[in-house]
Design a protein around this ligand. Structure first.
Ligand code: NAI
Length: 343
């Protein structure tokens, strides 16, 4: 079948196999926050990517252990560690993609918005450094609350004169991965075939899986729609509670981030027809300057924001979309205001 390293369909699988055999990956990736719960397993997955030539690991905590450990895996990706702020610039030099996963995760009882004050400052500082030392790189933001940290990053980049909206992404792939897994289980479908677009934002009820647009086409009862939607929206909390104070989703997040990275690299590499959902600057919902929907990925990042899936929604989805607008708008405005106040 036309799949799969990380679950991404591969229309040109034959070419990819040759690249993997030759060890001819050519992209440089920097992970900021690489010593963390998400950063470590994500580093491992990237170390296995046939598209990557160099992996730079940066954290304020030491990354020496992770770097030494990973460097013993006999894949061609070269791994280098950068610990502490004085090494941040070096970690970014030459990066094609910068993945930001630095920040504090949720503990039981916290909402994603509770992370705002700490994580906003971290994202601001790191994106400033990306503007200075890796202008032109794609930026993948994992750090929550994504609904606000992406607008923060955009404002910082504008202020630095380095904003290209095609290159800034909030990573919402975990919502898609979860929706695919839950729909496959509920409907007894083969996992690799299921594709559910997830739109809106990336926190609670701003996350809207479009079950009416799921492939393969499946019929859902009203109860199934409500249960599946609520489960996708609350899946993060499910993990936070199961980990009971030890953090939030890390392994599934790393998997999702690796899938989104691979799609982005395939876009940079010129593969046709690379589509993923992501939270980007958008005009598909006029009152929301940032919105997650399916995007086409190409040589410069976002080649096209696909709005067509928002047409012909079920009544339930249309209501959910209307209901998320004030909350998502408030999160966007909060991020923008933070940067503007500090200038
Ligand atoms: P963690 O606490 O295990 O790791 C965070 C890492 O960031 C630590 O190694 C820490 O030293 C580092 N860090 C903190 N400040 C830094 C700075 N200024 N510069 C560089 N590194 C810095 O947390 P975890 O579980 O890895 O989560 C990281 C972030 O990812 C959290 O904000 C979490 O909410 C978010 N997340 C997002 C998801 C999504 O779907 N977008 C899903 C899961 C987590």
């Amino acid at each position: 079948s036309a799949t799969l390293r990380w679950g991404v369909p591969r229309p040109r699988a034959a070419k990819r196999v040759i690249v993997a055999q030759a060890g001819a990956g050519s992209y440089k990736v920097a992970i900021l926050g690489a010593a963390g719960g998400v950063g470590e397993p994500l580093s491992l997955l990237i170390k296995m990517s046939p598209l990557v030539s160099a992996l730079h690991l940066y954290d304020i905590a030491t990354v020496n252990g992770v770097t030494a450990d990973l460097s013993h895996c006999n894949t061609p990706v070269e791994v280098a560690g950068f610990t502490g702020k004085e090494e941040l610039a070096g970690s970014l030099a030459g990066a094609d993609v910068v993945v930001i996963t630095a920040g504090v995760p949720r503990k039981p009882g916290m909402t994603l918005d509770d992370l705002f004050s700490t994580n906003a400052g971290i994202v601001k500082e790191l994106v400033e450094a990306v503007a200075d030392h890796a202008p032109g790189a794609l930026i993948h933001i994992i750090t929550n609350p994504v609904n606000s940290t992406v607008p923060i990053a955009a404002e910082v980049l504008k202020w630095k004169g380095a904003y290209d909206p095609r290159k800034l992404f909030g990573v919402t792939t975990l919502g898609v991965v979860r929706a695919n897994a839950f729909v496959a289980a509920t409907k007894g479908l083969p996992l690799a075939d299921v594709d559910v677009p997830v739109v809106g934002g990336h926190a609670g009820t701003t996350i809207v899986p479009l079950l009416s647009k799921a492939r393969p086409k499946a019929a859902f009862t009203d109860e199934e729609v409500e249960e599946l939607t609520a489960r996708v929206q609350n899946a993060g909390t499910e993990v936070v509670e199961a980990k009971a104070g030890a953090g939030s989703a890390t392994l599934s997040m790393a998997y999702a981030a690796a899938r989104f990275l691979e799609a982005s690299l395939r876009g940079l590499d010129g593969d046709a027809d690379v589509y993923e959902c992501a939270y980007v600057q958008s005009q598909v919902v006029p009152e929301l300057p940032f919105f997650a929907s399916r995007v086409k990925l190409g040589r410069e990042g976002v080649e096209e924001v696909v709005g067509s899936e928002l047409r012909g929604l079920s009544e339930y989805e249309a209501r959910a979309l209307e209901a998320l607008k004030p909350q998502l708008k408030a999160s966007i405005d909060k991020g923008i205001a933070l940067v503007q106040q500090q200038q």
